[in-house]
Every structure is written in C-alpha cells, then in structure tokens.
Design a protein around this ligand. Structure first.
Ligand SMILES: Nc1nc2c(ncn2[C@@H]2O[C@H](COP(=O)(O)OP(=O)(O)O)[C@@H](O)[C@H]2O)c(=O)[nH]1
Ligand SMILES: [Mg+2]
Length: 378
C-alpha cells in the first residue's frame, strides 16, 4: 500500500470511530441535528437553494451524491415542493474556493455538472469581480421565478452545505457588493467567517438586492449523520471541514505531503530555489526580524516553497513505496522547522510545523489541488 493509502485508512478510521459515537461532541452534534432540522423546515419557504461546496474537495462521485442525498434525505419531502416548480432554476450548485482548486479539474467539474443539467457556478468569495458576476447570475435566475412580477416581493435564497466551504464568506460578499448596487442605506451585516468549522450557529438573512428584495440565508454547516468512506472523511478533514483535533494535525500534514510529493505543484517553485532570496534591503531585513515566526508572511512562504522544492527535487526513490515516502516526509518536517524559524530545541516542533503547513495549504500558498477527479476523467 502507498503511504497515502495508509494515512487515508488511519484518518478515516479515526473519524468513523467518532462518527459511530452518536453522542460525540465533534461529529453530528445536537447542535448540528437542530440546524439540519431548522434548515429542513425552511426549505419549502425559500425560492432558491444554493448548495455550496468547496471546489478543492469534490468527493468521489458516488459520495458526492451520497453526501448531497444524505443531506437531502431529511429534506426530501420539503424538496418535493421545490421540485413542483422548475427544479433546475431552484437549485444552484455553488463551487466555492475556485482560487484554491486545480484549474483543469475545475473546468472538468463545471462541465460535468452542466452535462447533468444542473445549474452550477464557480466562485472565489474573496474576489469582488467574481461576486458581481454571481450576483447578476442570481438576479437573472430570480427573474425567471414564476412569482416575480412587478410587485414588491421578497425572494429568499438559502445557502446550504457542509461546514467550512465558505457559506458565510460568500453571504457577506454578496451582501457587501449587492447592497452597494442596490443603494441600500441599511446597516452592513456580518456573518461570522472562520477558518474553523462550526462557527455559524444560526440561520441569518442578508440582503443582496432590491426590487425585488433578495435575501441570502446563511446557515450552519451540516454533515449527514451517516458514516462516509475513509477517503471522503480524510479529505473532509484535510480541507478543514472537520476539526483538526479529531484526527491530529500531524497525520493531516503527512497526508497533505503524501499528496504534494506526488503532484507537480512544487515544480512551479524551481526559480525560487535559484534566486538570491537573502538579497534584501534594510527595511525588509527589519520586517523579517519582526515577523520571524509569522508563517503567513511572504518571505516565510517563499522559504517554505523553496525548501519543499529542494527536498522533493533532490530526493531519489520510488515515492509509491510507503517507507520511501515516509522517509521523504520525515526529512521535509526537519527542513521545514528551519523554514518556519522554529527553535531547534522546540520539543513540540512536529506539531507546530504540521499546523503551519496545513494553514498554508488551506489558504492556497502551497499550490492548487482538487482532491477528487471529475467523473469524466475516471
Ligand atoms: N481561498 C478562499 N478561502 C475562502 C473562500 N471562501 C471562504 N474562504 C475561507 O474559508 C474559511 C471558512 O469560511 P466560512 O465562510 O466561515 O465557511 P462556512 O463554515 O461554510 O460558513 C474561512 O477561513 C474563509 O476565509 C474562497 O472563495 N477562497
Ligand atoms: Mg458559516
């Protein structure tokens, strides 16, 4: 077995173990059950359902269906109501975090959903131009709704999805941009956005357009109550949909490196390894001293990229072999300790390296990944 395969089993088993324990505070919590229930009740009342997912984790197709179906099973009777009207315009799949995804795979996934006759939209919630295009797209879909006439209706779009896919970030961006073009005078609202899953506790409405008034409902992320397969669980954990403490940052960082080392992403940093990175002004040197351990600073990110490039490109051995891959990852942890400027005597350095590495991966500084290939590629 490859190291990636072993880690998938290890991480998957850890999560499935917790998932089996229905009383767990980490998986299908009473809060999540209550949120599912509240979302279910709202479904018949909303005009359009926006199903948000993180483009970097598209799940294997049978699991995608299972995830979305499992999410929908308690909602299925409510969905019947939506189906009576034009179903295609009442359910829109939002592929968020496109900036983090592999561009070729993103195109394949968009094509796949279009072939399935689903309305689909890929977006980066942090990009204003993207949001403007999405707003126009949503307004056009709203105009197609049978009930929209000349009166002063209120239209609601509900954002649903698993935790951490960026629902709240998207709702905020739509609200911020939408209220400007709608010349709204009301107070600017903020849904809580967090790198940790499970921060949104309630359903809240943010206005994104006027005439007709359109509100987007941000909802807490929910998982299906049933257990999914090991690879789906591992990918959910790697992308941050499940709390890190459930699996442990070190296993997750090793899992990331087992994917990274077999990808071509490090090759993009070949020039970094040749450039004289230490050649900098006094001001830059002062900043470097001030932010020595802040791994989000560009100079540290560059150093991490350069370090990883050198570690992978100078390594000889068959990385499909579990032991050989483990050896490379161990070596990478050691050199990353320097790149992150952690003191050599730091006893907890493995966990610290892992946490910093995961953060850089999840914010797109370590390349573009789509963890599951589009079905057309399989
Ligand atoms: N790179 C990137 N990060 C995003 C995007 N949308 C959201 N995020 C980040 O993903 C994390 C989770 O976002 P949040 O809106 O709280 O997710 P929610 O649990 O689905 O509501 C936060 O750290 C956001 O800043 C995006 O389009 N691109
Ligand atoms: Mg949220």
């Amino acid at each position: 077995m490859t190291l990636k395969g072993s880690l998938v089993q290890k991480i998957g088993n850890a999560i499935m173990e917790v998932a089996r324990n229905k009383g767990s505070t980490w998986w299908y919590t009473p809060h999540m059950a209550a949120a599912s229930h509240a979302i279910t009740e709202r479904i018949p009342l909303v005009d359009i359902l926006l199903e948000a997912s993180n483009t970097t984790i598209m799940y294997k197709i049978e699991n995608l269906a299972k995830l979305s179906m499992a999410f929908m099973i308690p909602l299925s009777s409510a969905c019947e109501l939506i189906k009576h009207h034009s179903p295609s315009s009442r359910r829109i799949i939002i592929l968020n975090k496109t900036d983090l995804a592999n561009h070729i795979q993103l195109k394949e996934w968009l094509k796949y959903f279009e072939e399935q006759k689903c309305l689909v939209f890929g977006v980066n919630s942090h990009n204003k131009d993207n949001i403007k295009v999405l707003l126009n797209f949503l307004r056009a879909r709203v105009r197609e709704l049978p009930k929209v006439g000349h009166g002063d209706q209120t239209i609601t779009l509900m954002l649903v999805g698993i935790p951490n896919v960026g629902k709240s970030a998207l709702a905020n961006s739509l609200h911020q941009i939408g209220r400007i073009s709608a010349a709204e005078k009301g107070r600017l609202k903020h849904a809580i956005v967090s790198p940790h899953p499970g921060e949104t506790k309630n359903i809240s409405g943010l206005k994104i357009a006027s005439h007709p008034s359109i509100y987007v409902l941000d909802t807490p992320g929910v998982f299906p109550a049933e257990i999914l397969d090991a690879e789906v669980c591992s990918n959910l954990a790697l992308t941050g949909a499940i709390r890190d403490c459930l699996v442990g940052e070190v296993d997750l960082a090793e899992y990331f490196l087992s994917i990274f080392n077999l990808s071509d992403e490090y090759k993009k940093w070949a020039n970094l390894s040749l450039s004289g990175a230490d050649d900098c002004s006094e001001l830059e040197r002062r900043q470097k001293r001030q932010y020595l351990t802040d791994h989000t600073q560009d100079f540290i990110v560059n150093k991490v990229q350069r370090t990883l490039f050198e570690a992978v490109s100078s390594f000889n051995g068959n990385l499909r072999d579990e032991e050989i891959m483990s050896r490379l990852i161990k070596a990478e942890f050691a050199v990353l300790r320097d790149a992150f400027n952690l003191p050599p005597d730091s006893d907890d350095y493995v966990r610290k390296v892992a946490a910093k590495l995961l953060n850089l991966y999840r914010t797109g500084r370590l390349g573009h990944y789509t963890l599951d290939l589009a079905p057309n590629n399989n």
